[in-house]
Design a protein around this ligand. Structure first.
Ligand code: SF4
Length: 424
């Protein structure tokens, strides 16, 4: 199976796109000057329901629309494109808009550690036991999801990328931090790399013989957006990838594939089921995660069905995230109160095996803040969010529930007011 990629330059060649109104095609062209998109022939041929494209979750995940930008910004970039302004002028306007979209939420840059006084630009170390590694060759993705908080990684004009190739320096960093037990390959999507490229990283890790490295994780959307990465009958490199997984497991290292699933519609094809079975046969486990996204999956029914289906297919539901305040978040964000309602109304009906999932959780500057409940003061009727950090920069601050004043419209923890006193 040959991958055919589509972006703003060639998407009009797609037969499905030809059927869309001209105004929709123009919107895609205009918005993608700011937020680039990417599609492939599996997504367009098998995942998108083109008859209902306006509400189809896989279409909205793939193609930008004008509502993903603030109206003023949309008009600015539209003016430049429609009036055929010089490329450098369009780029300047696009970059100004990008910089106003909070490209590095949750102070990600402050997570870059140093080794012997020199920064490790492709590593983030926020929590005691896990480091994120951004391999240079894995900083693109099978998708450029319209909602993605890593979108600056895909925008070449911004000097905002994290990445590095020197895995030996990462190994040295592990040696100096005995509490580090896990390494997460992330991006972009590390599964965009060839098995040969990933093997070079893994072989260096093996040679380093790190006693404290117990788990390797790969964050990826390939299972749903290009499952042929794991299907040898369609892709000559797939067996090599599966063999690499097996080598990691045989080395005694726990391997976890962190799969991005945003909607149960992504699980409907036999190719996905087969890819899951092939991965599991290597001894790797698959955990699933997604943000809660307005216009895509903001209903309890979608999550209940998605989690149950994941369990039935042999995967482990892991995280429901709150959409971060970055990129087109105005279009995708769901208020915390509604998110909690969706979470509880989904989880209470799932099988027990799906209750492994944690959420709704915000990946905030200090850590992963989970909404545990909404409670009411019996004395005065005031409402509060009960929150805890399930991960915190300071491990001693995790799993300590606290209250914040309820706000029906708040979409992030920093919009909530702390509680001075519960009983008034
Ligand atoms: S697959 Fe994940 S990393 Fe890639 S664009 Fe989508 S959300 Fe971002």
């Amino acid at each position: 199976m040959k991958i055919l990629s589509y972006n703003v330059k060639n998407f009009r060649q797609l037969e499905y796109i030809k059927m869309l109104p001209e105004s929709v095609k123009q919107e895609i062209e205009i918005v993608s000057r700011v937020l680039p998109f990417k599609a492939n022939n599996y997504v367009t041929d098998y995942l998108i329901d083109w008859k209902n494209y306006e509400t189809d979750p896989c279409y909205i995940l793939t193609f930008p629309n004008r509502h993903m930008l603030p109206e003023d910004d949309y008009q600015k970039i539209k003016w430049a494109v429609v009036n055929n302004k010089a490329q450098h002028e369009i780029t300047q306007i696009a970059n100004n808009i990008r910089l106003s979209l909070n490209p590095h939420p949750a102070q990600q840059q402050s997570n870059i550690p140093s080794l012997n006084g020199e920064p490790l630009p492709g590593v983030q170390h926020k929590y005691r036991d896990i480091a994120l590694f951004f391999p240079t060759q894995g900083q693109t993705c099978h998708a450029n999801c319209t909602f993605c908080f890593r979108w600056p990684q895909f925008v070449k004009d911004l000097d905002l990328q994290f990445s590095m190739k020197e895995i030996d320096r990462v190994c040295d960093y592990f040696r100096q931090h005995e509490h580090l037990h896990e390494l997460l390959f992330t991006g972009g999507d590390p599964m965009i790399m060839s098995p040969r490229t990933i093997s070079k990283y893994i072989d260096t890790i093996f040679k380093a013989n790190l006693k404290n490295l117990k788990t390797i994780r790969f964050g990826t959307k390939s299972l749903t957006w290009w499952p042929f990465v794991f299907l040898p009958q369609y892709n000559e490199e797939a067996q090599e990838m599966l063999d690499l997984f097996k080598r990691i497991v045989d080395k005694g290292i726990h391997l976890s594939i962190m799969a991005h699933f945003n909607h149960y519609q992504e699980m409907g094809n036999s190719a996905v089921a087969e890819a899951i079975a092939n991965i599991r046969a290597t001894g790797a486990e698959i955990r699933t995660q997604s943000p809660l996204l307005n216009n895509i999956n903001a209903s309890a029914e979608v999550w209940e069905k998605m989690w149950d289906q994941q369990v039935n297919m042999g995967m482990i539901p892991y995280y429901m995230f709150i959409e971060r305040e970055t990129g087109p978040y105005g279009y995708f964000q769901v208020p915390l109160a509604k998110a909690y309602d969706i979470f509880t109304n989904a989880i209470r009906y799932t099988s027990s095996l799906a209750k492994t999932v944690t959420g709704p959780s915000m990946s905030a500057a200090m850590g992963k803040a989970q909404i545990m409940g909404i409670i009411e003061n019996p004395v005065n009727g005031e409402k509060y969010f009960q929150i805890q950090y399930i991960r915190h920069r300071d491990v001693n601050q995790s799993y300590k529930p606290f209250l914040m004043h309820y706000d029906e419209n708040a979409t992030w923890i920093d919009q909530l007011k702390p509680v001075d006193s519960f009983i008034k």
